[in-house]
Design a protein around this ligand. Structure first.
Ligand code: C5P
Length: 400
């Protein structure tokens, strides 16, 4: 039986040159036995005719909000409820901005607003339009609301320019749809992860810390939960809300984190060390607040346990993923770290660059595993987490 048999995909088509690819996507979907209902915005029909999409989908294409006949057959709210997935491909800059502010000024925008089913967007536009801060802010808003953003790809554009903004190809979109409609690829898989910084106390009021915001770890926890995994997150002190469906255990120090991980690691299948664990802690914490009486004050530090290394060294170690923040020769140093710590996969980033890294909303990663690797380009941490989780899933299943 096809994975998509009887699955209902509502395909929204908006006005952009990539709209012609919607025809091929409908063909691939119907061939995979999915039911496809096409909804076009008024602008979309400048690029492709409703008749083409109607013939390929075998269903009357919906275009108008106030079409009495069509509304009588299936009203716009029922249309939103009918679908297992709503995919808007291509999603124009205009449609993305309307969705971000919650407008309901055409049929497609209205049903997206009424939908409780997952919504995915395949953006397609000129690279400057994609990179415009307004579009990026809209994408971020939608990402935070749980909208899936598939693509865009980098490459040659219809306008002759080269850069990010190309819609993903129909076969790539089909893969994403399949992946999305299969019931949680990680259903029942137990994921343990560490996130955020640790704080190493000096005295009752002071500590040694670092600038990790925890955003990458929290985005990963959320992406794992979205795949159906049972997620436990051991978190250092951060000011972020716990992602939906994630069990959070708060700790402060590296030693507390080590204990929290140690008591749970045997019950997990995948361990991801995303925390920025302090390498050293104070050798003895002052009982009282240290007074500023001396000109020079020396802190004696001792090494903290390497949690990731300990987990990977276990005989029955779970699938282990570590992170590496490097300031130069990222791939080479990360591979060395991967081998030294004995982990299955390492995700490395350049922390000396102008973009990405600590405290930033975006990041890029070089991901390495035994005999292979992949580059995940600069993108916001939510989307990056989804891509990294997809890589972890494929390597975890291979090892399993
Ligand atoms: O050795 P380094 O700190 O560069 O390694 C980074 C990786 O190791 C990260 O995945 C981090 O979460 C993990 N780590 C750890 N315990 C430590 C130090 C790092 O789990 N004490």
């Amino acid at each position: 039986m096809s994975l998509l048999e009887k699955k209902r995909v509502l395909l929204g088509v908006t006005g952009g040159i990539a709209a012609y690819k919607a025809a091929e996507l409908v063909r691939l979907l119907t061939r995979a036995k999915a039911e496809v209902q096409v909804v076009m915005t008024p602008a979309a029909s400048n690029f492709i005719t409703p008749l083409t999409l109607q013939a390929l989908s075998g269903r009357s294409v919906r275009q108008k909000m106030f079409d009495t006949e069509q509304e009588a057959v299936m009203g716009h709210i029922d249309l939103a409820r009918w679908a297992d997935l709503i995919l808007v491909a291509p999603a124009s800059a205009d449609f993305i901005s309307r969705l971000a502010v919650g407008m309901a000024n055409d049929l497609l925008a209205t049903l997206c607003l009424a939908a409780t089913t997952p919504i995915a967007l395949a953006p397609a536009m000129n690279r400057e339009m994609w990179q415009n801060p307004a579009t990026q802010a809209n994408i971020q808003t939608l990402c935070h609301r749980g909208t899936k953003i598939w693509g865009p790809a980098d490459g040659e554009q219809a306008c002759g320019e080269i850069g990010p903004g190309r819609m993903l190809e129909p076969d790539e979109l089909l893969e994403q749809i399949k992946h999305n409609l299969s019931p949680g690829v990680l259903h029942g898989v137990r994921v343990l992860l560490t996130a955020g910084p640790t704080r190493e106390p000096i005295d009752p009021v002071r500590y040694v810390g670092n600038r990790s915001s925890g955003r990458m770890g929290y985005a990963l926890a959320s992406a794992f939960a979205a795949e159906g995994a049972l997620v436990t997150m051991i978190s250092g002190p951060v000011s972020l809300d716990t992602p939906e469906g994630v069990q959070r255990v708060d700790v402060e120090t590296a030693v507390e984190m080590e204990h929290a991980v140690g008591s749970r690691v045997e019950q997990c299948d995948i361990f991801v060390a995303c925390a920025a664990v302090a390498d050293y802690r104070c050798d003895g914490v002052a009982k009282q607040k240290i007074k500023k009486l001396q000109e020079r004050l020396e802190l004696r530090l001792i090494r903290n346990p390497d949690i990731l290394r300990q987990v990977a060294a276990n005989e029955a170690a779970p699938f282990t993923v570590g992170f590496a923040a490097e300031t130069e020769r990222v791939a080479e140093q990360a591979e060395q770290k991967r081998r030294a710590k004995g982990v299955d996969m390492i995700a490395a980033n350049l922390v000396a660059g102008e973009r990405g890294g600590f405290e930033s909303d975006e990041n890029a990663l070089t991901v390495l595993w035994e005999g292979g690797g992949s580059e995940l380009p600069m993108m916001d941490k939510q989307r990056l987490a989804q891509s990294l989780v997809a890589l972890i899933i494929s390597k975890y299943h291979e090892k399993d």
